[in-house]
Design a protein around this ligand. Structure first.
Ligand code: ARG
Ligand code: GLU
Length: 710
């Protein structure tokens, strides 16, 4: 029985491998182009990526390195998610002007709000430079020597690459270092906030609905790119003018129905699709539970404070969202790995790999890769768990301990030279000022009291009452003077004294052990990737996400999360009202939206049945970083805005199962409806190009038929 199940699973893997994947835009010709067209796309590979002519890729920008955005007008208007612009919206918010709560709309260019440290980066060109990067790298070299050769080759290629003065270059590894690509990029830094709905629309459903379908969130915000008079990147200046893109996306009013083709074009961050079973098991059984437990403890405190204090709610909005987002994702990931049987499937695949490897006489070359990986994962387990605990407790959930963590590094820098000390001190002061902008010592202490016992036995939270670092003024005083003076003050500080030994332990035992084993794992995983492609060449391999521009495509599709339950792929405004809980912090609905709903004042933003669509599902393979990515229809128009995945499918970073992995997009008609009818910002709609590709296609079919009849 068991054998059959595993055999079945293996076959399922083969079939599932026919879908999913995040593809390199410059390599779509052939397989991907065919596949997309068989799914209904009318686009050619060149429509999507072209070096010599404008193409879809020219409208897609990396939003501050973590999200995606797209240009939707000839005046540099840019669309991304509400949660991607969240910290900018927060930073312009105060108790008096609470844009988080009430939304923000610039009614003309002058009202648009500039942002420090925000950029949008476009891809000018992508080139395969594998040969050049690997030149002179041979098997008989040590890992370190190989790495250094690849590094110096890369630096030389970047230096020699043809580019304009205002452009940049970078080289990224693909297929775990089996392939390399050069990216020429253009980075705009004058980016202004144009519009954001209130959180009760942009974050509707908050943590309860996050990572969950059915969904009713209007997760969008609008920005504008400004450039100098030559349309080139420039630092903020009031003389800058709206950017003229090489391409912007027309917006479709026709929307999508089940089975329609969609593609998502953006910058997925990280995936691990080729992990051995042992690694997935470790993530699910050890690493995720450790991190989840610590964040549960932290969130309990932060959420309670935010609920009762508006000042804290604004100050902690971004932090809370960041902590809660991964916390919930990991829980979904664990469930999905179990439900999809991913570990058994990987094991079956590894057995098949081993069998074929032997059959092909490649045992001498690859025979030890999997057993060695298994051994190393077992060996690294304890230190990985400990390191995860440290990261979560010391660096990700509270703010006093990361400050002290950085100051311990400052002390180390002082041993170097007075000059390095000075430099590090400036960096520390800059970071600390950022922290204190949104700091509440009571919340921080509360979090510390909850999380620290999960790391150590001897917890002393009285350090919060004694330390200088719960307050900007006293903190900066400690950092005044020469290094000897500063170090003396530091070592007399209660928090510093108490936390330093844990931080030293991290640097002297945890990190060295981890850094001894982890590169060995990386090397073996690279070999495993090479081996897989050589031993099972007919499988479909796509490179793991690495923060570079990718295309993923699929269809609009519902799914069956469990027995007897089927989820439709589209939600409507009616569903927003169904979820409405007056005054609730997650499910309140703004009065204006209720009025529009009551009067059915929907304008042109309905489907053919007169309802306003809100979100829809697709089989596009996405991950973090794809937030804000455009969902593009068969003709190259914008139909949706990617912002999430479904709970049952969040494990797709390690294992993509086409049965239950779905990405979630906001329907553009909801976005337009909110901009026009809710916010009264019709001037923004007028800036866009609205199209009706399906209606037009039907019309032209009809006229053809009529002609034929004659
Ligand atoms: N889950 C989505 C993503 O991974 C949206 C997050 C929005 N944040 C939130 N806590 N609701 O980024
Ligand atoms: N919300 C995610 C992001 O910020 C996208 C959802 C996902 O992880 O797929 O990129």
């Amino acid at each position: 029985m068991r054998i059959f199940k595993i055999l079945f699973l293996f076959i399922a893997f083969q079939v599932s491998a026919q879908q999913g994947g995040m593809w390199i835009p410059s390599l779509l010709q052939g397989m991907n182009e065919d596949e997309m067209q068989s799914l209904g796309s009318k686009l050619s590979a060149k429509d999507i990526y072209d070096v010599n002519n404008s193409s879809l890729k020219d409208a897609i920008g990396h939003f501050n390195g973590g999200c995606t955005s797209e240009v939707i007008s000839n005046n540099g208007l840019v669309l991304t998610n509400h949660h991607c612009g969240f910290s900018q919206i927060q930073s312009h918010s105060s108790l008096e002007n609470d844009y988080l709560q009430h939304g923000f709309w610039a009614m003309n260019l002058d009202e648009e709000l500039p942002n420090d440290n925000l950029y949008i980066e476009f891809i000018v060109r992508i080139e395969d430079v594998t040969k050049q990067v690997l030149e002179g790298v041979t098997d008989d070299m040590t890992d370190r020597a190989q790495q250094s050769k690849r590094g110096s080759n890369s630096a030389a290629i970047e230096r020699a690459a043809k580019k304009e003065a205002w452009q940049d270059t970078k080289i990224k590894a693909f297929y775990k270092g089996n392939q390399y690509f050069l990216f020429v990029t253009e980075r705009y830094t004058d980016i202004r906030l144009v519009g954001a709905p209130p959180s009760s629309i942009g974050k509707f459903g908050s943590d309860t609905d996050n990572w969950v379908w059915p969904r009713h969130t209007g997760d969008f915000s609008l920005f504008r790119i400004y450039a100098d008079k030559n349309n080139r990147p420039a630092a903020y200046s009031k003389d800058n003018v709206p950017f003229k893109p090489r391409h912007f996306l027309p917006v479709s009013l026709d929307g999508v129905s089940e089975d329609d083709f969609t593609m998502v074009f953006g910058f997925p961050g990280t995936t691990d699709e080729y992990l051995p079973a042992v690694a997935i098991a470790q993530t699910v059984e050890k690493i995720n539970p450790t991190a989840i437990a610590i964040r549960t403890a932290a969130l309990k405190v932060i959420d309670a404070f935010m609920m009762v204090d508006d000042q804290i709610r604004i100050q902690y909005a971004s932090k809370q969202a960041r902590i809660a987002n991964a916390w919930k994702k990991w829980q979904g990931e664990n469930l999905g790995i179990h439900k999809s049987g991913a570990i058994a499937i990987k094991k079956a695949q590894e057995a098949e790999f081993t069998k074929q490897m032997k059959a092909k006489g490649l045992e001498a070359k690859y025979g030890t890769v999997l057993p060695e990986l298994e051994r190393l994962y077992n060996e690294i387990e304890d230190v990985s768990v400990k390191r995860t605990s440290f990261m979560e407790v010391f660096l990700r959930t509270n703010e006093l301990t990361p400050m002290i963590f950085n100051l311990v590094q400052l002390e180390a820098a002082a041993a170097n030279s007075e000059e390095t000390f000075e430099k590090q001190r400036d960096a520390n002061i800059g970071r600390m000022k950022g922290v204190y902008k949104n700091y509440n010592a009571e919340v921080d202490k509360g979090v510390f009291e909850e999380v620290m016992p999960m790391y150590a036995d001897n917890v002393d939270s009285s350090i919060y009452d004694k330390t200088a670092f719960t307050n900007q003024e006293s903190a900066l005083k400690v950092l005044e003077g020469n290094s000897t003076e500063v170090l003396e003050k530091l070592n007399n500080d209660a928090a510093y004294q108490y936390l330093k030994p844990y931080i030293i332990e991290f640097y002297t035992t945890i990190e060295p052990k981890f850094q001894e084993l982890n590169p060995q794992i990386n090397t073996l995983e690279q070999q495993y990737m090479t081996a897989l492609m050589e031993v099972l060449p007919k499988q479909r391999y796509f490179p793991d996400a690495n923060g570079t521009l990718r295309v993923t495509y699929g269809k609009v599709k519902g799914y069956e999360p469990r027995d007897a339950v089927y989820y439709e792929p589209l939600t409507y405004l009616d569903g927003v009202m169904e979820k409405y809980i007056p005054g609730d912090y997650e499910f309140d609905v703004p009065e204006k939206l209720q009025e529009l709903y009551a009067k059915k004042d929907y304008g042109q933003y309905t489907d053919s049945t007169g309802k306003v669509p809100v979100c829809f599902l697709g089989t596009n393979h996405t991950t973090g970083g794809n937030s804000g990515s455009p969902a593009i229809d068969a003709y190259g128009n914008l139909v949706g805005l990617n912002f999430d995945r479904v709970w049952e499918g969040t494990m797709s970073d390690m294992y993509y199962d086409p049965e239950i992995c779905r990405n979630i997009m906001v329907d553009m008609r909801y976005v337009l409806f909110i901009i026009d009818k809710y916010a009264g910002a019709k001037h923004l709609i007028d800036e866009m190009t609205l199209v009706r590709p399906k209606t037009d296609a039907k019309k032209s079919k009809k006229t053809k038929k009529v002609k034929r009849k004659k």
